[in-house]
Design a protein. Structure first.
Length: 862
RNA sequence: GCUCCCGUAGCCCAAUCGGCAGAGGCAGCCGACUUAAAAUCGGCCGAGUCUGGGUUCGAGUCCCAGCGGGAGCACCA
């Protein structure tokens, strides 16, 4: 078959109106024709200040320029475009921009591999993607393109960094960080997946380094609590993942005195009620606290600790996160004193306690915590039950029943025997003043006691850690800080921004654990105004900084006086509809939310959440699994576009199923989509009525169907049921076909009305075909810039409906009735039915439910 | 292990408030066109909704339990 053409037999009568126009659906011709028109018309530019239409900001997650666009991009941009085009048809002024997230490791790694400049490699890829994107026909405003690797963009990245620095939200600290052994750079917690580097899948180890952090933990409560306002507009899955990630725990801080040490050690616990059951303390071996506690110990203890620490640090994240492995640890030879009962308990170091969570130390209550129990059993430490989990609790009050007393079996099983810690509700015991209280009451009471004694307080802690933003790589935004020899940090003046990346020429980009920029002597060495020498910070920023505010830069991408114009933000932001993959459910979205809240606090924006609504599209699979080279199941987008046309591929993406579901390309039919487009397109060549024709008088059944679609379309599109909209369009095209072939014919006004509505709605999915159809229908310009009519309510009323009559839930008869029939009339009709009488037989009718005009159900005594 | 989501025709998927299980597509079959085939056009066939209970006049839809699939979290004190 000839590429680019869906052949069909020419019907002589269909040529009458457009003798000169081609009468074959040739998508290549249509694409080329309309691409040129769009370049000329700029139908999607959003730059007219006099535009008074209401506004919508529809944003697709911008792509990373690694190679050409693939099927995943195709799906995302097809779906985002449906939403953008829909709001335009509804009369909105829609901002729908596109850009490139063009800094980052893959570009640099690829550049190293090929021995080329990362800059050249990146911009070559952008150009390729830009052309593919244009061909793909998404309704972007091409005058607002940005690239995060442009100095004009990253200048404002640096500005943002300095704003955070001024607020104390950007700081440097030495700590154990995730180190990717392959990429030779640090990773944020969020970038470590199952102990491996999210990007290259290599093993991650811990390394102690001084790094830059953003203090996202200051915003933990707001990031968590504000998720409530996104409920219903964001996928619940994403909200759950974010909640989980922030991981707020509520409990208490408890101060323990350490014998022979002036300072107390504070531990965080979610179970302060079990404080009387604490039989030892555990600190993280890699914490400063452990090192300090062991410093005064005897040589044997020190030696054991040193050996243990070395072993811990050697282990990879994968080993460390294996929850099934045996507990390990060493005693530190120190004694802690329980503040509530004065009990002396030993202090151990063990790697099941994490240095950077809570205070890096825990009170171990082995009877009621599984981890502590395993440790106690392994090292033969005492276990004391302080909550009787066999005592039921009604409300907050423990209840002991006479039966229980009689059974003499009040105590729960011994955790040491069963190996199971007693985690449940119960009644406090062995706990002095807490005895007899329920768990929740005991928590309240013990916090009061601790606060009175000054040895503890209610506390919250989070799983979320501060955001590590420095990277020891070349292709990123330089951190705008100077370091003097005496260790001072000097922020670069705002007027001196951007701190431009030096050329990569002459730099060794091979990863070696330190930033390549440190070797750019001309760049890194600077002299301060007072004559002292300083060095630029050689690290670059995590690219998630770039993408945490790009949606604001789109508002005025060429403004060189500010990052974004707050007045424009007032007009357009926050983003009304954000569209992208669920892969960014945590990282990108959390960071963007954080930065938005910071900008709110700084007074730059008036909203606290960046994305009012979120749509996650699924992945495109092939034969049940993700496409990959190793599986050899890659479907090339460019080949699909060559074979079936842009519109057919886009339509297939929308029609395949709910947007959030994965699409298996083996299950769908782009050829079927092309067939449908050709059918619809062909009809526009058969219509013989003129654009000015009066609708009324047209075929009533077809008109009703058209208006039902008009009435349903908004709800369907806004509910992201794109697949249903496409199905309804197919249905309507089938109906038009019938009306032409075996009904009133191609000249009927209802045919024109129907195909015009099809054309408008089809433009959401198949913009090239729709614009060509629009022209064939006798109009000029792009159908995408028209608006959609409202349904005529008089046409939505059915002339008659089918009422069904059930007997005991089974359908026994049906009638054609007026939609306005009342309950009594319908019941009389139903009771008069022979079929119903036969079904009822001689049984007694006990109930008749009437739901006029659609249903009667007669229940009989059985 | 914990949490969440999903199981409807051979396949992908629809089904407003609980009210006739089917909108659409793919595949299949039949017919038209063709010397023939492909393509195209027209038509047809096709589940009783994963299983077992429950609520209800009535359950794909609500509740409980199980099975199957997917996702997230997982030594976070």
């Amino acid at each position: 078959m000839a590429r680019g053409t869906v052949r069909h037999l020419t019907n002589e009568s269909s040529v009458t109106q457009h003798d000169d126009a081609p009468n074959e659906y040739d998508f290549t011709r249509i694409q080329e024709k309309w691409q040129a028109r769009w370049d000329e018309l700029r139908p999607f530019a959003t730059d007219n200040p006099a535009d008074t239409r209401p506004r919508k900001y529809v944003l697709d997650m911008f792509p990373y320029p690694s190679g050409d666009l693939h099927m995943g991009h195709a799906e995302a941009y097809a779906l985002g475009d449906v939403v953008a085009r829909y709001w335009r048809l509804q009369g909105f002024n829609v901002l729908h921009p596109i850009g490139w997230d063009s800094f980052g490791l893959p570009a640099e790694n690829a550049a190293i591999k090929r021995g080329v400049d990362p800059r050249a490699w990146t911009y070559d890829n952008i150009e390729q993607q830009r052309q593919s994107m244009k061909r793909y026909g998404a309704s972007f405003d091409w005058d607002r393109v940005l690239h995060t690797s442009d100095p004009e963009y990253y200048k404002w990245n640096q500005w943002l960094f300095l704003k955070l620095y001024e607020k104390g939200l950007a700081y440097r600290k030495a700590s154990w960080v995730n180190w990717c052994t392959h990429d030779q750079t640090v990773l944020a917690n969020e970038q470590v997946v199952d102990g491996r580097c999210e990007r290259c899948d290599n093993v991650v180890v811990k390394k102690k380094l001084t790094q830059w952090y953003f203090k996202i933990t200051d915003y933990a409560d707001r990031l968590l609590d504000d998720l409530n306002q996104l409920e219903g507009s964001w996928p619940s899955k994403v909200i759950a993942m974010q909640r989980n990630w922030i991981g707020r725990s509520v409990g208490a801080d408890v101060d323990f005195v350490i014998e022979g040490r002036a300072e107390r050690v504070t531990v965080f616990t979610t179970r302060p009620d079990t404080l009387f059951g604490a039989t030892f303390m555990v600190v993280a071996p890699d914490s400063d606290l452990a090192a300090e506690l062991v410093a005064d110990a005897d040589d044997e203890t020190k030696k054991n600790f040193a050996a243990y620490l070395e072993q811990v640090q050697k282990s990879t994240e994968i080993e460390r996160q294996d929850a099934t492995r045996e507990k390990t640890g060493v005693p530190l030879g120190r004694v802690a004193i329980n503040p509530v009962n004065g009990e002396r308990i030993p202090v151990w170091a063990a790697d099941y306690v994490l240095a950077d969570y809570g205070h890096g130390a825990v009170m171990a209550v082995p009877a009621h915590d599984q981890r502590d129990l395993e440790f106690a059993i392994k090292f033969d430490l005492p276990v004391r039950v302080v909550v009787d989990t066999n005592a039921p609790v009604t409300g907050a009050i423990p209840v002991i029943t006479p039966e229980m007393l009689e059974a003499g079996d009040l105590l729960p099983p011994d955790p040491v025997q069963t190996g199971e810690a007693l985690a449940g509700e119960g009644r406090l015991m062995n706990s002095g003043p807490l005895d007899g209280l329920s768990k929740s009451n005991a928590i309240k009471r013990v916090i009061e006691l601790l606060e009175e004694a000054g040895t503890g307080r209610a506390a919250k802690t989070y799983r979320l850690r501060d955001w590590l933003i420095s990277r020891q790589r070349y292709w990123g935004t330089p951190i705008p800080i100077l370091h003097t020899e005496d260790g001072r940090e000097i922020p670069v003046e705002e007027s001196a921004l951007p701190v431009e990346l030096p050329p990569s020429e002459g730099l060794d980009l091979q990863p070696k654990g330190a930033s390549p920029l440190g070797a750019a002597e001309d760049w890194v060495n600077v002299t301060l105004p007072d004559g002292t020498a300083a060095r630029r910070d050689p690290d670059t920023m995590d690219t998630f900084v770039d993408s945490s505010w790009y949606f604001l830069r789109f508002l005025n991408p060429n403004d060189d006086t500010q990052a974004f114009d707050p007045k424009e933000a007032e007009k357009w932001a926050p983003v009304d509809q954000y569209v992208g993959g669920v892969t960014h459910a945590i990282l990108h979205l959390l960071y963007a939310r954080f930065i938005t809240k910071v900008l709110f606090d700084l007074g730059y924006v008036s909203f606290t959440e960046p994305f009012s609504a979120l749509l996650n599209q699924g992945m495109v699979l092939m034969n049940g699994s993700a496409m990959s080279k190793s599986r050899g199941n890659i479907v090339r987008l460019s080949e699909q576009l060559d074979e079936h046309g842009v519109d057919a591929v886009r339509l297939t993406m929308a029609f395949a199923g709910p947007p959030e579901d994965d699409i298996d390309w083996a299950d769908v039919s782009p050829a079927g989509s092309a067939k449908f487009l050709a059918r619809a397109w062909r009809i526009t060549g058969e219509v013989t009525s003129s654009p000015e024709v009066e609708w009324k008088g047209g075929d009533a059944a077809l008109r009703r169907q058209t208006h039902r679609l008009l009435a349903d379309a908004p709800g369907l599109v806004e509910g992201f049921k794109f697949n249903v909209v496409v199905a309804r369009l197919m249905e309507l095209v089938n109906a038009i076909r019938k009306t032409i072939d075996s009904g009133p014919g191609a000249g009927d006004p209802a045919v024109r009305e129907a195909i015009e509505i099809v054309t408008k709605l089809l433009s959401l999915f198949a913009p090239y075909t729709a614009d060509d159809m629009w022209e064939r229908l006798g109009y000029e310009g792009s159908v995408a810039t028209t608006t959609l009519r409202k349904a005529d309510p008089t046409l939505l009323v059915e002339e008659s409906v089918t009422a069904i009559v059930q007997v005991d839930g089974k359908v026994r008869d049906r009638f054609e009735v007026a939609p306005t029939i009342d309950t009594g009339a319908l019941e009389i009709l139903a009771r008069g039915s022979d079929a119903v009488a036969r079904a009822v037989g001689d049984r007694e009718i006990v109930n008749v439910i009437v739901r006029a005009p659609k249903l009667v159900n007669i229940a009989t005594k059985r």
